[in-house]
Design a protein. Structure first.
Lengths: 112, 111
């Protein structure tokens, strides 16, 4: 009964490095999304997907790439990490439609 | 167009008090309104609202939606220290299925 699994849980990067945050769900949900959470800012939508092969931008997409080659996986790529991308990142999934999202436990990312 | 506004941003009350948290949304691209509670980790789901005037209840928590005035409230009665958390409101769009969150209300319950 895994739900939404995010890896890694913690990561420290140097400015300019690239990395991929992994997100996988086993509930056959069409909708998946990535958020970042900074103090006092709630959750801000980075990118989302309504199905395999379909992705779209959220509120704060700059500096991030996504792809959705399978229903289960929705990786988030930082192309060239910047200190402003230090944050907690949450992945979430749900069926398309009115249903609420299930969240992963988050990845705490620090960019030095 | 996608803005979700929560108020107050922060609230401190004593155990046993009743609190009302507010959420307004500025768009008619609307499918559902969602409330979440966030303690130390990931948000956990509380309520989903799609129709005006129908109250959802779970124990001491309740919520209602007004689609004409574009707002929702979350009530917590007889608060306990375990209710201390950030409460998040989100709007799910009808056209694009986007789920946009407000900044949250940080609630602290004093014993």
């Amino acid at each position: 009964n895994a739900g939404v699994t995010q890896t890694p849980k913690f990561q420290v990067l140097k400015t300019g490095q690239s990395m991929t945050l992994q997100c996988a769900q086993d509930m056959n949900h069409e909708y998946m999304s990535w958020y970042r959470q900074d103090p006092g800012m709630g959750l801000r939508l980075i990118h989302y997907s309504v199905g395999a092969g379909i992705t779209d931008q959220g509120e704060v997409p700059n500096g991030y790439n996504v792809s959705r080659s399978t229903t289960e996986d929705f990786p988030l790529r930082l192309l060239s990490a910047a200190p402003s991308q230090t944050s907690v990142y949450f992945c979430a999934s749900s069926p398309v439609g009115v249903q609420p999202q299930h969240f992963g436990d988050g990845t705490r990312l620090s960019i030095l | 167009e996608d803005k979700v506004v929560q108020s107050p941003l922060s609230l401190v009350v004593h155990e046993g008090d009743t609190v009302t948290l507010n959420c307004s949304y500025e768009v008619t691209n609307f499918r559902s309104l969602l409330w979440y509670k966030q303690e130390k980790k990931a948000p956990t789901f509380l309520f989903m609202l799609t129709s005006s005037g129908i109250e959802k209840k779970s124990g001491r928590l309740s919520s209602i939606l007004d689609k004409k005035e574009l707002f929702s409230i979350l009530n917590i009665t007889a608060t306990q220290t375990g209710d201390s958390a950030v409460y998040l409101c989100a709007r799910r769009g009808n056209r694009d299925d986007k789920i946009i969150f407000g900044k949250g209300t940080r609630l602290h319950i004093l014993p």
